[in-house]
Unconditional design. Structure first.
Lengths: 113, 112
């Protein structure tokens, strides 16, 4: 049962344009969501999070939107930079399950100069 | 910020041998650490939750006798892959919770 799904395995955008990464979930118990960035052979690094009581959180070039009715969240990166090229994972957390995170499969973002 | 150090970053071992992976919280105490496994182009799958001073909690389908977890101190959790086989080859990542989740840099295990 894949509770968190990232249906796009890859995304390619031009430098300076907007990158939109999508994530869908099925577990209604998730009360917070996080986005991580990962380079090959490295651990994930935290990008941005959002609580289920909010519908938007912004941090610099990164904005996460949450649509609870659609069980969908998205990460917007604008403007995109070549250094943003990495795999992006979304993850859902359920405070009642001991802080466990459930990750999506990841989306490889490539930002072309 | 919080730092989690994971060693080794890469290890190659022979089939049938055991491999130990260490995860240390460098500047904070972590009563709980998490161990993940990632196959190529797949999600990070939680294997177990490591609790200081008590037994680890394993996810369904993870063999506790094969993946031994020890969390003997507030700054160190270890994962030992016992009697490793080629199918255990994967990328293993630990994380600790301190003002958010902090991940180690991961360990690439190759069993030949």
């Amino acid at each position: 049962d894949q509770q968190v799904k990232q249906n796009s395995p890859s995304l390619s955008v031009q430098e300076g344009r907007i990158s939109i990464l999508n994530c869908d979930y099925t577990n209604s118990m998730f009360d917070y969501f996080l986005w991580y960035k990962k380079y090959p052979a490295e651990g994930p690094t935290f990008l941005i999070s959002i609580s289920s009581i909010k519908d938007k959180n912004e941090d610099g070039r990164f904005t996460v939107f949450l649509n609870k009715s659609a069980k969908h969240l998205s990460l917007h990166i604008v403007p995109s930079q070549p250094g943003d090229s990495a795999v992006y994972f979304c993850a859902g957390g359920d405070g009642t399950s001991g802080s466990r995170l459930t990750f999506g499969e990841g989306t490889q973002l490539t930002v072309n100069p | 910020g919080a730092v989690v150090s994971q060693h080794p970053s890469r290890v190659i071992c022979k089939s049938g041998t055991s491999v130990k992976i260490e995860c240390r919280s460098l500047d904070f105490q972590a009563t709980t650490m998490f161990w993940y496994r990632q196959f190529p182009k797949q999600s990070l799958m939680l294997m177990a939750t490591s609790n200081e001073g008590s037994k680890a909690t394993y996810e369904q389908g993870v063999e506790k006798d094969k993946f031994l977890i020890n969390h003997a101190s507030l700054t160190l959790s270890t994962l030992t892959v016992t009697s490793a086989h080629p199918e255990d080859s994967s990328f293993y990542i630990c994380s600790a919770l301190k003002d958010g989740y902090t991940f180690g840099s991961g360990t690439r295990l190759t069993v030949v």
